[in-house]
Design a protein. Structure first.
Length: 481
């Protein structure tokens, strides 16, 4: 990336067909599980109008046409290598999906398979899989929140690790029960009935959500392996983290941000979303302002019967699947930065099946945001120095990078990421390069040795094209020193 010095000259550079639409914002898409139609839909906002109701914007992504049938879709998650995993409670299985040929779905031969089921050689028994979440790292590993049923009565948390990297977790040693409710209770730990969601933070601590509650015991529990025996069943290893207030509550789902915050959806009366943040790092959220109401109907528009929630970009924009009077997908974004959703502009309806022409996606439950690419690098670079930025995306896709001087504070749009579309880019580098194996593309650049650049900030953003449509990175801002 060479920083150009003649503003009048570089503004004439055309880096795409419509300069004003250049790099409007990060644009990963949304996967929505339909429990009525037993399929998964893909929602894309192609024209950036904050709606997925346009032609071709809501399409079937997986129907089981060339893979395992799925039913009663409870949860969806995505791994670092791009595979999508679906928790299917009716068929007692986890199914993997991958759009290998980049045609916009995972319905072709070889794009789906069983990752884990009752035939596993670890001989791990389980009931209904209600929640699934990834653990960072490779080989692929994840946790399952499992509720007892008529087939197997115990509530369990199961860890899956594809030890031999053969594409499933059905081999001996791939599946381990790391928590079982009755075992943990016998050791003096509290009861967590019907675990509906499980999250693992960067330090290995687990958070488990008790699904339903008519008293004061439901909510989020923290699980810590205090003695290092690789389970969470021993005395003191299960502690209440956040207990839902009130007697009419139904904890239903939760999601974890990059910064460690946890959002909890309560489908009680009324539906409420809480945000949990351990401000003083003492391991709980019992201190003032650490557990807050993030959204409630008294603050903004009504959401009825929350199906599931997920963060669109890991830290800012919250997607909500609603299975109520209207079947909708909504996006909640704290535009004014006060920590709650309290204005009408902060609740955006991306899809409403009641609207004329909108695709009816049945009974929405599971929702997952497929992230766009990322662009990272040093936050500060000195004049006259060389540096390297890195684009992380998908092997074989085409990318280029645009940049501009920061001309004014940028306000994050509802998708939660800055965009450069409000003013044309000064220039671009890496025009139409191809991402190599591994998905990483290094972008070396030099800051000219001009004293007047000191103190300037440069906004950069990458654009990745898969042959059908583009995806955009979040903003990468460089300060010149």
């Amino acid at each position: 990336m060479k920083i150009l010095t003649s503003l009048s000259a570089v503004l004439l550079i055309c880096v795409c067909a419509q300069a004003q639409d250049y790099l409007p914002r990060r644009s990963g898409f949304i996967l929505l599980g339909d429990r009525a139609g037993d399929q998964i839909w893909a929602l894309n906002d192609f024209n950036f109008d904050f709606s997925t109701e346009g032609a071709g914007e809501c399409v079937p992504w997986y129907t089981g046409a060339n893979g395992p049938a799925i039913a009663t879709i409870q949860d969806i998650t995505v791994s670092q290598d791009g595979r999508v995993f679906v928790a299917d409670s009716s068929n007692s299985q986890v199914v993997w999906l991958l759009n290998n040929n980049l045609d916009g779905d995972a319905d072709d031969a070889g794009e789906a398979g069983v990752f884990f089921d009752a035939s596993n050689q670890s001989a791990v028994q389980f009931g209904s899989i209600l929640g699934i979440s990834m653990q960072a790292g490779s080989p692929v590993s994840m946790y399952l929140a499992v509720s007892g049923n008529g087939t197997f009565s115990a509530d369990r948390i199961i860890k899956l690790v594809d030890v031999n990297d053969n594409g499933d977790a059905n081999d001996a040693g791939d599946a381990t029960v790391v928590w079982e409710n009755q075992v943990a209770i016998a050791a003096g730990n509290p009861d967590i009935a019907i675990p509906s969601s499980v999250l693992a933070n960067a330090s290995g601590r687990l958070f488990v959500l008790q699904a339903t509650n008519t008293g004061a015991s439901g909510g989020v529990y923290a699980l810590d392996d205090l003695n290092g025996d690789l389970d969470f069943n021993d005395a003191g290893e299960v502690t209440p983290y956040f207990i839902l207030p009130g007697s009419v509550a139904a904890a239903f789902d939760m999601t974890l941000g990059r910064d460690g915050r946890i959002w909890v959806a309560d489908r009680g009366t009324p539906d409420t979303i809480y945000v949990l943040e351990d401000l003083n790092n003492d391991g709980d959220v019992a201190d003032p302002n650490e557990a807050r109401v993030y959204w409630t109907p008294t603050l903004t528009s009504l959401i009825d019967n929350i199906g599931e929630i997920v963060l669109h970009d890991g830290s800012t924009a919250l997607l909500v699947a609603e299975d109520g009077g209207d079947d909708r997908v909504l996006l909640l974004y704290d535009l004014n930065g006060n920590g709650i959703i309290d204005t009408a502009a902060e609740t955006i309806t991306l899809h409403n099946t009641a609207n004329p022409g909108a695709v009816d996606f049945g009974q929405p439950k599971a929702i997952e945001a497929i992230p766009g690419p990322s662009l990272t690098g040093p936050a500060t670079v000195a004049i006259g120095q060389n540096a390297v930025a890195q684009h992380t995306g998908v092997q074989g896709h085409t990318i280029f990078v645009g940049y501009n001087f920061t001309t004014a504070p940028l306000i994050a749009p509802p998708y939660g990421i800055y965009w450069l579309g409000t003013y044309p880019p000064l220039g671009y580098s890496v025009p139409f390069a191809t991402i190599p194996a591994g998905g990483f593309y290094n972008i070396p650049f030099t800051v000219p040795n001009f004293p007047w650049l000191v103190g300037q900030t440069i906004d950069t953003q990458s654009y990745e094209y898969d042959g059908f449509f583009g995806r955009l990175s979040e903003l990468y801002r460089i300060t010149i020193i």
